[in-house]
Design a protein. Structure first.
Length: 241
């Protein structure tokens, strides 16, 4: 059971230096030129386009300032603790505008490229290396067949791990400074992903676009967290990279 509360205290202080080419006016390449597909197996894949969002540091600063961040209370080791990251969630049912024009432009570009109707945005704010999310697959795989999940990263790069569901050799990417990473096929059923704790890291925000986020009655809803990270165990990098 999740209990989300608005952050009404100062955010944890972070030391943050933007990327050399990640500042300035935000823009994207709507054609997604240079997007590269990697097949994880015969049914699972991810697409990767580094630096797709120019001006990602500007977007990061605006998101930190504008969004009403929440910190959920989650179960871990038979206790209820603060989730080690901050979150923000948008769907049309929230009846509020998308806070940044660039977030809407990314919506349009992703809809056009993947021929889908993305209908939600979830932002996760990893303030430093202590913030993390454990191995998981997004829960809306239970009501959407082969969901496509697009993640745009703003801020400092963080390790992003992928492994076969239940364990196995992990793959590692470093996502930040406007990188676009998209998971598709059966990847939410057959693979897991994680953002592990690290000794030193600058802040990062993941901007995640999903389709089919409005779940059927009895199987979750857009008001609930849509991933099923296991908070009682830490993600371990047991692969290469």
């Amino acid at each position: 059971m999740y209990d989300a509360s608005v952050i009404d205290r100062p955010l944890r202080a972070t030391v943050w230096q933007g990327g050399l080419f990640a500042g300035g006016e935000p823009s994207i390449d709507s054609a997604l030129d240079g997007l590269r597909r990697v097949n994880l197996d015969d049914e699972c894949w991810y697409d990767y386009l580094p630096g797709w969002l120019s001006g990602a540091d500007t977007v990061f600063d605006e998101l930190v300032d504008r969004l009403v961040w929440r910190q959920r209370r989650v179960p871990m080791y038979e206790r209820i603790v603060d989730e080690p990251r901050l979150t923000w969630w948008w769907t049309p049912s929230t009846r509020r505008p998308i806070p940044l024009t660039m977030m809407d432009e990314m919506f349009i570009a992703l809809n056009g490229h993947y021929r889908l109707t993305f209908d939600s945005i979830g932002c996760n704010y990893y303030r430093d290396g202590r913030d993390s999310v454990a191995w998981h697959g997004d829960r809306h795989r239970h009501w959407v067949t082969d969901p496509v999940i697009a993640i745009v990263s703003a801020g400092e790069p963080r390790p992003f791990l992928l492994r076969p569901r239940g364990g196995g050799r992990a793959q590692r990417l470093e996502l930040g400074h406007g990188d676009l990473f998209v998971m598709g096929g059966a990847s939410q059923d057959r693979w897991e992903h994680a953002v592990p704790k690290v000794a030193h890291a600058g802040p990062r925000i993941s901007i995640t676009y999903r389709h089919g986020a409005s779940a059927p009655v009895g199987r979750g809803s857009a008001r609930e967290p849509i991933d099923d990270g296991v908070w009682g165990r830490s993600p371990r990098h047991n692969g290469h990279g």
